[in-house]
Design a protein around this ligand. Structure first.
Ligand code: SF4
Length: 368
């Protein structure tokens, strides 16, 4: 079976789901309703990681539409992506970087996804390699591209090759990033496609590739997932991990600390621990308040060696990437702009008094 055949077997309806996970009639209705609002897709592999006897299973929480009727509070574009879109599917928020939507589908639709306005949906369309190369020609200040989506590996290997062949020829690019959660949610995409590995190896010989992946829980490191990681590393890719801090998934020092240790033990470089964004339908269900998050991250970091505590606890805010440095005095958090839409703000440090419930910063930078 090819990976595409296997991917087409994804669980996409509540009736499919009921065959592998027990649920009450009430849950059935709630899941059906939520899956109509934002599509459901769970790979058979990822569904097999769920403990069917645990209604609070963290893997289930990430994959199965909310079983508690999540409120619709929140936004659909939490980082101001529409305002950064310069051409169809091409975003240019930070001077040196362009983010490109190359696919709208994923192996799984994570229930906290900040791009749920587009993943699995018709509407917002993807870029083309030709248009991107043309845009880059007009913008020599751009030195790297992030191929994102959706999941950049949920497209045919031929289609990915068109992107990578075009971009790897451009001297202005120092490296290319590929955003993909397939090593975690659908490792067969990598393990059963030797042509993909040949492509990645060939491109890595010309231009450094980074794969930005997204492990959230220690149980996601299965034998197959580790095999996929090893295969990618053997092609010359550097794999970096970004974790989203999620209520009911990894919001304890023990779970997060174990995850960070595992990430480092497989030679994956720590990148970010992201504050969950205030996304419609996920805000109340997944967001951990900032003060609590800072304490959890600090305690998890205390379990690590130097290499294991390199991830920045960060919020991807409309104004930029803001590091959450820690609590100065009780209730007072220190922040720093790591990246900013306004380059003058990069490096700025500010302090904000927060309540124990606040989980995001206001939209107005002047309010800082
Ligand atoms: S794989 Fe990434 S883009 Fe796709 S649904 Fe999950 S978080 Fe969103």
């Amino acid at each position: 079976m090819t990976w595409m055949d296997e991917w087409k077997e994804n669980i996409t309806t509540v009736d499919d789901l009921r065959r592998v996970l027990p649920m009450t009639e009430e849950e059935y209705e709630r899941i059906r309703e939520e899956a109509e609002r934002f599509p459901m897709a769970i790979s058979r592999y990822y569904a097999s990681l769920i403990d069917p006897n645990d209604p609070d299973d963290p893997i289930r929480r990430m994959a199965v539409p909310s079983r508690t009727g999540a409120s619709l509070e929140g936004q659909l574009d939490t980082s101001g992506e529409h305002s950064n879109t310069v051409r169809t599917g091409i975003q240019h928020k930070y001077r040196q970087t362009t983010l490109v939507l190359v696919a709208t589908q994923c192996a799984m639709y994570c229930r906290y996804c900040f791009r749920r306005r587009l993943v699995g949906m018709a509407g917002e369309t993807v870029a083309t390699p030709e248009d991107l190369v043309d845009y880059l020609g007009d913008h020599p200040e751009i030195t790297n591209c992030l191929l994102s989506g959706g999941d950049a590996l949920i497209q045919s290997t031929d289609s990915l090759a068109r992107w990578l062949n075009a971009l790897s020829e451009l001297p202005q690019l120092d490296f290319i990033r590929i955003g993909s959660r397939t090593p975690v949610t659908f490792p067969a995409r990598i393990n059963s496609d030797p042509e993909l590995l040949e492509l990645l190896k060939r491109i890595c010989a010309k231009k450094q590739l980074y794969l930005i992946t997204h492990y959230n829980h220690p149980r996601e490191f299965t034998e197959e997932a580790v095999k996929a990681v090893r295969a990618l590393q053997s092609c010359g890719l550097v794999i970096k991990n970004q974790t989203v801090l999620l209520k009911g998934v990894n919001d304890s020092p023990e779970v997060l600390g174990t995850l960070l240790r595992k990430v480092t033990s497989y030679g994956i470089v720590q990148h970010y621990i992201f504050q969950c964004r205030p996304v419609v339908g996920a805000t109340n269900y997944f967001q951990v308040p900032l003060l609590e998050g800072s304490r959890i991250v600090n305690a998890a970091n205390a379990m690590q060696s130097g290499l294991g505590k390199c991830a920045d606890y960060t919020m991807s805010h409309p104004t930029g990437k803001i590091r959450i440095l820690g609590e100065k005095t009780p209730g007072e958090l220190v922040f720093q702009y790591k990246q900013a839409k306004d380059p003058a703000r990069i490096g700025d440090i500010f302090v904000r008094k927060l309540t124990e419930e606040e989980a995001w910063l206001p939209e107005d930078p002047e309010a800082f």
